[in-house]
Ligand binder design. Sequence first.
Ligand code: NDP
Ligand code: 2IT
Length: 443
Amino acid sequence: MSYVDEIIELVIKKNPAEKEFHQAVQEVLESLRIVIEENEEEYRKDAILERLVEPDRQMKFRVSWVDDQGNVQVNTGYRVQFNNSIGPYKGGLRFRDNVNTGIIKFLAFEQVLKNALTGLPIGGGKGGSDFDPKGKSDREVMAFCKSLMTELYKYIGADIDVPAGDIGVGAREIGYLYGQYKRITDLYEGVLTGKGIPYGGSLGRTEATGYGLLYFTDAMLKANELSLKDKTVVISGSGNVAIYAAEKAEQLGAKVVALSDSAGYIYDENGIDLTVVKEIKEVKRGRISEYTTYKPTAEYSAGKGIWTIPCDVALPCATQNELDINDAKALVANGCIAVTEGANMPTTLDATEYFQKNGILFAPGKATNAGGVAVSALEMSQNSQRLSWSFEEVDEKLKKIMEDIFMKVDDAAKRYNKSGDYVTGANIAGFEKVVAAMKAHGV
Ligand code: NDP
Ligand code: 2IT
């Protein structure tokens, strides 16, 4: 059996219940096949793939807290420190009811390669909890965050492991977590990113993932002699990534006609009014269905189905496996030309293959959504220097980083005669850097 197939089997055998982790490993290793086969015996002897797919360590712990009725609630906390070959572990915390070991591990694994692509000195990790802030009061969210950090603080530090936000974790949660870390350790250090501006946050971090996605998409389209100008764009989700992806898409001359949340989606043929969306989502913490009370000509539909809306460019920005083979068929049939992922692994493996076979420009999240973690790394730099940079300075660096990522991905694909296969390009470019560092450190 080939070394790659052996490792895919091993991962499934060792981690039987972790289906999202299997999926992420399979996608990456399938892309790496051409690299590994060039020198299979050496990779096997050094056990490079075994070392790549086994986290350095993983923590799982109980988080007890008291709700507004005085009842004790119990959740599970996670932190997976996957690989710190090129820098301190770095990656977000996700608070969502479906969080489990497999989801945190797939995210941490992807993060290792993503962070390598940024060109900045950050390793990969991820954490979170099966706690969902939706419907909880601020006091309950605070109680939960303080309890989580009372355990998590043992494992993290500005030069050890630096968590940030992800689904369900925004500025409010980061603030409570930071307050508790500071209280326990007495350290005023850059241990979290995505912090508020008054206490060490970076201008531009809120916008970074969405803006970065569009800088990448723009670079990819230009390299293929296309542009975003006057294109119709559909974006799933209506959280941090989706909102700022929509904002930059509009700034680049496209029209965004749809957004969603886990309950349904809105279609506004006049172009989504982002002032309204920000009011609903960032101020009121409401549902996307409320959009039609502000904009009665827009339509709301419950359930999935956003990918049946005709568009030129589709940007999945909600969650893993939200775009399946049927969605891919609908997008292709409606004339879509490009799909770039704002979320982590939103496209299923068969849907990705379908896009590639049908000539769609497709780029994976580990390349396209790396702007968030890249600006997190810039936040770490500012914290270390005890300085803050202007929004323009950060945004300019972000744009350059995303254009560089596109070039690295494009170049790696071309080197292996896979021109235009940005999935393979991203996996190879990330792998090359991480493996070079791992080898340099010895066993
Ligand atoms: P938010 O919590 O701000 O928003 C998440 C959005 O996705 C919400 O609209 C939410 O709807 C929707 N959503 C979440 N889970 C599901 C689901 N199971 N089915 C359908 N819709 C769902 O998160 P972010 O915008 O920060 O994250 C979105 C994606 O981007 C994630 O995959 C994350 O890993 C990735 N990402 C985030 C980065 C960041 O900097 N924040 C950086 C790189 C990647 P509802 O309100 O109904 O829950
Ligand atoms: O998936 C991701 O890259 C993030 N959620 C951002 C991580 C970070 O450390 O900023």
